[in-house]
Design a protein around this ligand. Structure first.
Ligand code: FES
Length: 124
């Protein structure tokens, strides 16, 4: 039977390992992302809209806040992402609302590209 200290140490290691495992979540292959058009990627409970512009990848919540429709197929227009349904536009880098009919920003996610793997980086 393990001592309390040994059990606590193992549990602490388990928590540390768990934290490392969820620091980032792979959501796509870089080569699979089309240029300037959003695709929806899902991994577990996470659903994100990914948009590639050159070598950069931007990630947003997958649903437009205007009518709660998918951002699948949203297009890049200048420095904005334009919803394919009614044309609301959001800043590519910040998710800030640029043009109605939406009235709120969209959430963005931090992205990391490692080789051909695209990750969503989770906040600490
Ligand atoms: S659902 Fe996006 S602008 Fe209406």
């Amino acid at each position: 039977m393990q001592s309390f200290a040994a059990l606590f140490s193992s549990f602490d290691s388990f928590l540390h390992l768990g934290r490392q495992l969820v620091d980032r979540i792979k959501v796509s292959q870089f080569a699979a992302l089309p240029q300037k058009r959003a695709v929806i990627c899902e991994e577990g409970a996470l659903s994100v809209a990914l948009c590639r512009v050159g070598d950069d990848v931007y990630a947003f919540e997958a649903v437009c806040p205007h009518a709660f429709k998918s951002l699948k197929g949203a297009r890049v227009r200048g420095e904005t992402l334009m919803c394919p349904h009614h044309g609301a536009r959001f800043d590519l880098k910040t998710g800030a609302l640029v043009a109605s009919p939406a009235v709120t920003n969209i959430n963005t996610y931090k992205v990391a590209v490692d080789g051909d793997d695209v990750f969503i980086v989770l906040d600490e």
